[in-house]
Design a protein around this ligand. Sequence first.
Ligand SMILES: C[S@@+](CC[C@H](N)C(=O)[O-])C[C@H]1O[C@@H](n2cnc3c(N)ncnc32)[C@H](O)[C@@H]1O
Length: 218
Amino acid sequence: MLKNLRKRNLTARIRQPADEFWDRYLGVRTFGYHPGIGGPGEREWYMHYTPSSYKDVFAVLDRAGVGPDDVVTDLGCGLGRVVFAAAYRGAARVEGVELIPSLIAAAEANLASSRLKHRDIRFHARNALDHDLSGASFLYLFHPFGPEILGEVMEKARDDRRSAGSRRPLRIAYVNPIGESILNEADWLRPAGDMPPRHQWFSNALQYRTGFWESTDI
Ligand SMILES: C[S@@+](CC[C@H](N)C(=O)[O-])C[C@H]1O[C@@H](n2cnc3c(N)ncnc32)[C@H](O)[C@@H]1O
């Protein structure tokens, strides 16, 4: 099965050479695809796995100023590309949360083979709805789920922070922000800018707009 997966990813790896370079450099395999569940209009709308391009991830992390004081959480981390990129950029702790067990198992295997394996990196096989967000300082979302789950996750993030008495601001980057009205309407968040889709030479990876928000609750 793994062989088939590798074969299937060959075209993407050839057509996205910069991402192939970063995977090899970091000692991970993050190309892949896993189908989603549900669709628009359904509460249980869980998106398919397809990775962000490293160039976009680094641009988002740099725009948000992610650094050694940060605890980064990728909600819907798939094979962990964003997690490894954030650790490489110097975040103190990085965690990936993923619904699909086979993806998180492959992310764990990536950690074991990665040059970043001694860093504070954790993967959690769970629904984002069940993850404690009180300690995060930066949340990354690449359109992982539909608006209803997004709203519930955001309410939980607010409640987790309140009950833990979190003293640190939370920044959020939301790539392909189809549910952005939910964040705009949240009374504990304020919009913090926008990054347009960026053209990338020698890559067929899809490009998306990214919205940024930050908490106002401390
Ligand atoms: C578009 S992919 C993004 C992958 C990764 N964040 C990246 O940018 O490279 C969305 C991922 O979210 C996961 N996902 C969807 N709903 C989820 C949920 N409720 N909890 C955790 N993961 C979820 C999917 O399985 C998929 O791997």
